[in-house]
Design a protein around this ligand. Structure first.
Ligand code: GDP
Ligand code: MG
Length: 456
C-alpha cells in the first residue's frame, strides 16, 4: 500500500485490550474522516473470527486499510487487541472497518467475557459483520466456528428492536468442494446452532433470517494461491458494495461517537441495549448539541458583531442582514439535524428559533435604545440651546437658515420595553452639525421600528 493511502486510513484503537474505549481517539478519527458530514450515508463493517485466520489481511486487501497483520515468521501470536478501526480507502462510499480481537486467542484462556462483549458491541454498531470460518471446520462437530457463531447469535438476541444486520460468512482456504455444497453445509451448521440458542419468551419463534441477511463467500488460500485470492477478494468486494450502499438504518455519522460510547457502557455494565430508545436518546442529545453550536456560532458571527456595534454599518440594510443571519443559522441547523428523528429535530429547532429571537431582542434592542438615547440627549441639548436663544431673541438663526422647533420630542415605553419615539417632530430648515444629529436620531428610530417589525 502506498503511503498516501496509509495516511488516509487514520487507523486507531477504538477499544483497547483492557476494555477501555478511546473516546478522544474516536472523536479525532470522526473529524479526520468527516463522518459527521455523511449523515446516514456511511457503513460500518466489522470482522470477527479465530485468531490468525487472516482477518486483518482480508480487510487490508478489501479496503486498502492498514491494520497490523501477523508476521508468519514470528509465530502465530495475537496482533489485534480489542477493536481497531480505520477508514476504508478503496471505496467511494464512506466506510469504516473494524478489526476485532481474535476469538480464540490463547492469551485470554477460557474466559469468553471480553469476546462476548466485543461481539455484542460490534453487532450493535455495525451494518455488516464478516465472520471468518475455516473451510475445514464446516460440518465438523467441534469446529472452531461453532462457539463463535453461538456467541454472535446469543448476543444478537440480547438487543431489543435491532435492525437487521448483514452477516457475511467468509470461508477461508476453500477446498475443491463445490461452493454450493460448502454453502449448504455451512447453512445447516448455522441453523443447528441457531435452533440450540435459548431465545426467551419474547423471541421464542424468531427465525435467523429475521435478524440477519446471511451471505456466504469463499476465498482461496492467501499464502498459497495469491492470485486466486486476489480475484476472490475482488468478487467479494463487489458483493459487499451492494450491502454497504444499502446500509442506512443506523445513527447519523455525527452521533456515532456518542452512540458507540453509550453502547459500550451498556455492554460493560451488562445492561440491555434497546435500539429504538437508544436512537431517541442519541437524537435528543445530538439535536440539542447542534442547536447549541448554531446558537453560539450566531452570537460570535462577525457580521452579527458588526451589527451589534452599530455605527454606520448599522443603518445600512440592518433588517435584511439580521434576517439573513437568522435564516442561515436555522438552515445550518437543518442541514445537520435532518437525518435525526423528525419530531425531535423539529422540537429542538423551535427552541433554537425562540432562543435566537430572545437573544436578538435582548442584545440588539438594548444597544439601539442606548444609541437612540445618546443621540436624543445630544438633540435635546441643542434643542434647549435653541429654545433658550428663541426665548431671548424671538427667532434664532443658525448658519444660513431659520429653525423652528414645532413640537418637543417625547419618549414612551412600549409594552415590549422598547423605547420608541412618540410624536417627535422637527421642522424647519436645519443646517451643519444639527442636521447630522437629527439625521442619526431619525435613522435610529427607523431601525428600531424595523427590528421591532421583524421580531415583535
Ligand atoms: N492459511 C491462510 N493464512 C492466511 C490467510 N490470510 C492471511 N494469512 C496469514 O495468516 C497470518 C495471520 O494473518 P492476520 O491477518 O494477521 O490474521 P488475524 O489475526 O486474523 O488478523 C499471517 O501470516 C497471514 O499471512 C489465508 O487466507 N489463509
Ligand atoms: Mg488481526
Amino acid at each position: 500500500m502506498d503511503n498516501k493511502a496509509k495516511g488516509q486510513c487514520f487507523s486507531t484503537t477504538l477499544i483497547n485490550g483492557d476494555g477501555i474505549l478511546n473516546a478522544q481517539g474516536l472523536d479525532k478519527f470522526i473529524k479526520q474522516v468527516k463522518l459527521g458530514e455523511c449523515g446516514l450515508s456511511y457503513a460500518i463493517v466489522a470482522i470477527m473470527g479465530p485468531q490468525s485466520s487472516g482477518k486483518s489481511t482480508l480487510l487490508n486487501h478489501l479496503f486498502k486499510t492498514n491494520f497490523t497483520e501477523m508476521d508468519s515468521n514470528r509465530g502465530r501470536r495475537q496482533t489485534t487487541k480489542g477493536i481497531w478501526m480505520a477508514r476504508c480507502t478503496g471505496i467511494t462510499h464512506c466506510t469504516i472497518a473494524m478489526d476485532l480481537e481474535g476469538s480464540d486467542g490463547s492469551e485470554r484462556g477460557e474466559d469468553t467475557l471480553f469476546e462476548r462483549q466485543i461481539a455484542l458491541f460490534a453487532i450493535a454498531v455495525s451494518d455488516i459483520m464478516l465472520i471468518n470460518i475455516w473451510c475445514h471446520d464446516i460440518g465438523r462437530e467441534h469446529g472452531a466456528n461453532k462457539p463463535l457463531l453461538r456467541i454472535v447469535f446469543q448476543e444478537m438476541l440480547r438487543i431489543r428492536g435491532l435492525r437487521k444486520t448483514t452477516l457475511m460468512l467468509v470461508i477461508r482456504d476453500k477446498s475443491v468442494t463445490p461452493f454450493e455444497v460448502l454453502e449448504r453445509d455451512l447453512m445447516d451448521d448455522m441453523k443447528k446452532i441457531w435452533d440450540s440458542v435459548p431465545k426467551g419468551e419474547d423471541n421464542k419463534n424468531i427465525q435467523l433470517s429475521e435478524c440477519f441477511n446471511v451471505k456466504v463467500v469463499a476465498l482461496s488460500n492467501y499464502e498459497r494461491q495469491k492470485e486466486e485470492f486476489g480475484e476472490d477478494v475482488a468478487n467479494m468486494r463487489e458483493s459487499l458494495f451492494q450491502s454497504i450502499r444499502l446500509a442506512k438504518d443506523h445513527v447519523p455519522g455525527s452521533a456515532f461517537s456518542l452512540s458507540a460510547q453509550n453502547i459500550w457502557e451498556l455492554v460493560k455494565e451488562n445492561k440491555e441495549i434497546d435500539f429504538p430508545s437508544h436512537k431517541v436518546m442519541v437524537a435528543t442529545k445530538r439535536c440539542h448539541e447542534i442547536a447549541e453550536d448554531k446558537y453560539s456560532a450566531f452570537a460570535d458571527d462577525k457580521i452579527w458583531l458588526r451589527l451589534e456595534d452599530g455605527g454606520e454599518y448599522l443603518v445600512r440594510g440592518f433588517k435584511e442582514k439580521l434576517n439573513s443571519l437568522l435564516k442561515n443559522c436555522l438552515s445550518s441547523y437543518d442541514a445537520e439535524a435532518f437525518c435525526y428523528d423528525a419530531t425531535i429535530a423539529s422540537a429542538e429547532r423551535k427552541e433554537l428559533d425562540k432562543k435566537l429571537m430572545k437573544f436578538v431582542r435582548a442584545s440588539k434592542l438594548d444597544e439601539l435604545t442606548a444609541l437612540y438615547e445618546k443621540e436624543k440627549k445630544k438633540e435635546n441639548l441643542k434643542h434647549n440651546m435653541l429654545n433658550a436663544a428663541r426665548i431671548v431673541g424671538g427667532t434664532a438663526t443658525a448658519g444660513a437658515g431659520i429653525i423652528t422647533v414645532a413640537a418637543a420630542s417625547a419618549m414612551a415605553l412600549s409594552p415590549a420595553g422598547l423605547v420608541i419615539l412618540a410624536g417627535a417632530g422637527v421642522t424647519g430648515v436645519v443646517t451643519g452639525a444639527l442636521a447630522a444629529g437629527v439625521g442619526v436620531v431619525s435613522t435610529t428610530r427607523k431601525v428600531v421600528a424595523s427590528i421591532k417589525n421583524r421580531i415583535g
